[in-house]
Design a protein around this ligand. Structure first.
Ligand SMILES: Cc1cc2nc3c(=O)[nH]c(=O)nc-3n(C[C@H](O)[C@H](O)[C@H](O)COP(=O)(O)O)c2cc1C
Length: 255
């Protein structure tokens, strides 16, 4: 279902005039963005205008983002605000090895950097694969780059003894990271969660003087988007929501 044929979201009992008012000034076409519209259109911004993102706006974004949940409400987040050109260049350079590997795996039809299927791509192929500019240049072009970290001393990693890569720690930081993007959107800005640089975490820690128990979770270019996308590509609900068991039927609207 597209946004255009979505159900009427105006309050019940509205007559036609009220509905026009609602849609014009409050609803999806109006001054205020409706929550579902924001959820459906907050995209990965990689192209930015030259507009600055002042500290006052950044403060407001973080002031609202900080209401994100975290395990035990421990709020282990720290944000390093990087405006310095040299530091941004260093971050972009540190992104290159992971971006080369990502691209080489993608070209080989693999799901890049997955922790289950070992890569069939050899090191020589990775070495000669160029890192696409879209994976590094946003760090140089954005108004500001946020390096979001989490203090592993306060994160409950309940999956740490399982024989697979840890995912639970991320749940204490990525709601906050996503809130930053939502708040940025509200202020007319945008950005991207990027993680390729994190493959070089010890070097980021050295670059920014971070203690080793601070994990780097996202390197986020933020700025004014050149365009605002209105349609994102995502799987439909029945492709991922299943009744009762993995082998069960998909969730559909006709149940
Ligand atoms: C955990 C995570 C890691 C990501 N890492 C990167 C990255 O390193 N570089 C990048 O350009 N985009 C990165 N992205 C952005 C995704 O590519 C983007 O969210 C996805 O393609 C959907 O884009 P769209 O919202 O514009 O449709 C990452 C997103 C997430 C959630």
């Amino acid at each position: 279902m597209s946004m255009d044929d979505a159900v009427d979201k105006s309050p019940p009992g509205c007559h036609a005039l009220m509905r026009v008012f609602y849609e014009s000034f409050i609803g999806q076409r109006g001054l205020f963005m409706e929550l579902y519209d924001v959820m459906r259109t907050t995209f990965a911004v990689r192209e930015f205008t030259d507009a600055p993102l002042p500290d006052a706006t950044l403060f407001k974004i973080l002031e609202n983002a900080r209401f994100a949940p975290s395990g035990g409400n421990r709020q282990g987040w720290y944000v390093i605000i990087v405006r310095d050109r040299t530091t941004r260049e260093a971050l972009a350079t540190l992104t290159v090895p992971a971006a080369k590997r990502y691209t080489a795996q993608q070209r080989a039809g693999e799901s890049p950097w997955n922790s289950i299927d070992p890569t069939q791509v050899d090191e020589a192929t990775i070495a000669r694969t160029p890192a696409p500019a879209r994976l590094t240049e946003p760090l140089l072009r954005a108004a500001v780059v946020l390096v979001v970290c989490v203090d592993l001393k306060v994160v409950a990693a309940t999956d740490q003894y399982l024989e697979r890569v840890g995912v639970i720690s991320g749940a204490s930081i990525y709601p906050f990271v996503w809130n930053i993007l939502l708040a940025a959107r509200h202020e007319g800005y945008g950005g991207t969660i990027t993680t390729l640089t994190v493959a070089q975490e010890p070097k980021i820690q050295e670059l920014l003087g971070l203690p080793s128990h601070l994990a780097v979770c996202a390197v986020m270019p933020l700025g004014k988007p050149v365009v605002q996308l209105t349609k994102l590509t995502r799987k439909a609900v029945p492709a991922f929501a299943i009744y009762e068991r993995w082998s069960g039927p998909p969730l559909t609207t006709d149940k």
